[in-house]
Design a protein around this ligand. Sequence first.
Ligand code: XMP
Length: 505
Amino acid sequence: KIIILDFGSQFTQLIARRVRELNVYCEIHPFNHIPELDSTVKGVILSGSPYSVRQEDAPFVDLSTFTVYPLLAVCYGAQFIAQQSGGDVQASNTREYGRANLSFVNNANKLFKGINIDSQVWMSHGDTIKNVPENFEIIASTSEVEVAGYQVKGTNTYAIQFHPEVTHSTDGKVLLENFLVDICGCSQDWTADAFVETTIAELKAKLGNDKVVLGLSGGVDSSVAAILLHKAIGKNLHCIFVDNGLLRKDEFESVLEQYKHMGLNIKGIDAKDRFLSQLAGVKDPELKRKAIGRVFIEVFDDAAHEVQDVVWLAQGTIYPDIIESVSVKGPSATIKSHHNVGGLPDFMKLKVVEPLNTLFKDEVRRVGKTLGIEGFILGRHPFPGPGLAIRILGDVTPEKVAILQEADAIYINNLKEAGLYDKVWQAGAIFLPVQSVGVMGDERTYENVICLRAVESVDGMTADWCHLPYNVLAKISNEIINKVKGINRVVYDISSKPPATIEWE
Ligand code: XMP
């Protein structure tokens, strides 16, 4: 495996994804929590950072820790090694942000094999390496930056000033592959098939004949986790799917049916009334979330303990839930760890198993495909745990839920019919507690508003509103107003995140 040491760059996760796209397993660790380095480690990558090496409190690592490993230092990492070795790093006087082209490249160097002069690279830094020590060989330059790449002579230490992980560096992947394969000697055998095979074997060994409970949500992560576990331990996996009354229209029944087809041992629990009665009169978004979380724990716990001698709780936690880019605000930087269902493991006194906790979302989808899970499950839009409760502004009533379910179903079905569902990252309707005047036939109406939301995003952290075609919006609006009683107006949300969020609550 490859270890990526994170100095807090916004691009660190991208480095990891690129390495994995090259079928090499890697892990991200904060610079101040270096893991034990054993013989499975084939190389180390140092990330960029928002810090300048000239700052007193800049992130520091003891480079002698890695002397036996091939090292690739990116941006801040490159400046750090240069400075630590007696080179000169200064604030740059020209802007070095954005596209640049290589004006010199040493093709004989292993790192730059197959990368030609003129190749476009992506720069993003405020400092520049002015001078390198005698024993450094410059292996790439741009017209602005002489030291765009160097090798410490006679060693496996390489550094580059640009970011190979962003797609704007056109040969970035070639460079990473050169490092991983030619310099570190990695075999590119970390594939979805290999992951499935080794994970199933590991789960078998770890879980033996123990019983495991898993909360299914209908989403991608819990579905893939369930199928993996099912392949490993069969009937000892007990899945629980709770209907909190806040799911999309007919979602409970149809998802339950799909899971049964997949051979899962699954128990559906109708807890609609319990959730809705606890939500009655609650207006504050955070209080709504808390009430839903509390009832979920109660319902899930009851169901889990009906499974005799259960030992494990399985969760669909994925890698981004566990790593967060290291907080570079101080020496105490640690990795935050949070779970899909906060508090559940402690509360239930069960051991926790998380088979997907090394995977990124796109990798979960690939693993799901390898497992034979159908495309419509793997391509399902994200849906929040508190469900429609946070898409009904203000208090939640069964009537409002029913109205929103109808409007949402019309919206989503139209997106599917227009071939837009898979192009949109997430979409949903929102019930606004606002009444406005309308006219239907000869009658005046005074009814509520439905807002449509559709966003493009990669990970939900930032999002742009989708430019849905007017004719599709027109059809959806017409159908909602004509068919959903209680709605006489439809609006479209044209806010991006930030400053808005995806959900309204
Ligand atoms: P926001 O509204 O914060 O949403 O821009 C980002 C993503 O997170 C989802 N979301 C939630 N998911 N429990 C969840 O499981 C929640 O309380 C919750 N709030 C937001 C949201 O649907 C979007 O994909």
